[in-house]
Design a protein around this ligand. Sequence first.
Ligand SMILES: [Zn+2]
Length: 128
Amino acid sequence: MLDQITGAEKYYFSALGEGRFLIQSCEDCDKHVFYPRQLCPHCHSLNLSWIEPAGGATVYSTSVVRRKGEDGGDYNVAIVELDEGVRMMTCVEDISPTDVHIGMRVRATVSKGEQGNRVVFRTEERDQ
Ligand SMILES: [Zn+2]
């Protein structure tokens, strides 16, 4: 897959392959940027740098994709908003897909899979 992508996207997936989840931060307008890109979508600056987000996020929308049990069962697809202010499509994977709800606090983790690493989210510990 890395052969077919370039630039910021390639850098993102290279880091992810090493187990690191990175987003971009604009040095001109101080806003955070995700999905990876060359130009800041807010001010069109080229001065984007990479940062490791704190990992905390809030579920913005959630849905359940139905799938036969023999194919792995139902799974969650969610859009979460990182505390840095950017949204990403992902899944909340440590609870039943129907128990994920809007406003729930979740935390990013890099999940190693057969098709490469991906960023997924787990519910935050209540007693933190
Ligand atoms: Zn900017």
